[in-house]
Design a protein around this ligand. Structure first.
Ligand code: G4P
Length: 281
């Protein structure tokens, strides 16, 4: 699903989130592990002040394990609880339940002191489009959970998904916009496929990707496409077109076809586990 954000959308989304946040104890923020900062919303920290915070680094199956570890440390140092995740896989979900309780420990203790027993922790999932919010809710909540409807007498309320005896999840995720005014962020979002390809120049995009790979993942391009990495991205793309037989009518090299191939192989993980931004840079 692709989104076009307008100021009106953003105001509405923000207002909705301000309302929803009042109802919960914990914000579960999904980010894309390949671009952990660029896939965050600039306002979430302000909106989520005073709430327990959990960052799920999703699509970790596509990201560099070494970099994911660094990003995890980076966020933990800032006070977030962090879990790396592949939201499509059922594994790792138990660990999340434990971390949720850990993140909400203070609230649970407070409840206990006040004599409130067994009140479940309430959480909501937030994130920019395409980070895997729906996938996560479906996988985590599964079929076993029960939806708890509105309380009698309350006409307009929220749907909660009861995950287990300790946790309830708001059934609709909060959708936030990325920092799209930042060009670098726009580039990263385009590379992971969160911006419509029709509005992008795939050739340029592939050159940017080749540059990032050349600088940070020595050997990947050589191994996959049998190219010499010590040349300009444009020359590398040319060599890829040759080696992969990307030709147009008249035997002319088809750069766009080669560009699309590289982008596609990156997005699907066939190029390897690649993180595009780095915490120390
Ligand atoms: P959203 O609600 O945040 O907008 O995201 P959504 O769950 O719709 O997920 C967006 C895409 O990302 C989906 O792929 C989904 O399968 C994929 N996805 C979600 N979590 C993960 C993950 O941890 N790893 C990987 N590799 N992919 C993940 P799609 O192409 O839109 O659909 P489909 O291929 O599943 O049919």
């Amino acid at each position: 699903m692709h989104f076009q954000w307008y100021p009106g959308h953003m105001t509405k989304a923000k207002r909705q989130m301000q309302e929803d946040i009042k109802l919960i104890d914990l914000i579960i923020e999904l980010v894309d592990a390949r671009i952990p900062l660029s896939s965050r919303n600039p306002d979430i920290d302000e909106l989520g002040r005073q709430k327990a915070r959990l960052i799920l680094m999703n699509k970790a199956d596509l990201a560099s394990e070494e970099q994911s570890k660094k990003w995890s440390d980076y966020f933990q140092k800032q006070g977030y609880f962090v879990v790396k995740l592949d939201a499509r896989a059922k594994t790792g979900m138990k660990a999340i339940s434990a971390v949720i309780l850990e993140a909400c420990k203070e609230k649970i203790e407070r409840d206990k002191k006040r004599g409130i027993k067994n009140r479940p922790v309430r959480a909501m999932v937030v994130g920019i489009p395409n980070v895997g919010k729906s996938t996560f809710i479906n996988t985590y909540a599964g079929k076993a959970c029960t939806k708890t409807g509105n309380k009698p007498g309350v006409t307009k309320g929220k749907q909660w998904i009861r995950l287990n005896k300790n946790v309830e999840l708001l059934d609709t995720p909060g959708i936030l916009w990325p920092k799209f005014e930042d060009q670098r962020v726009g580039l990263y979002l385009a590379l992971i496929g969160s911006i419509k390809d029709e509005i992008l120049n795939i050739d340029e995009l592939s050159l940017e990707l080749i540059q990032i790979l050349k600088e940070n993942y020595t050997g990947i391009l050589k191994k996959r496409y049998e190219v010499t990495e010590e040349q300009t991205p444009a020359n590398i793309l040319e060599q890829i077109a040759q080696n992969r037989n990307c030709v147009k009518k008249g035997n002319e090299l088809d750069y766009s076809k080669a560009a699309a191939l590289v982008i596609d192989e990156f997005r699907s993980g066939r190029l390897g586990k690649i993180t595009l931004e780095f915490p120390e840079k």
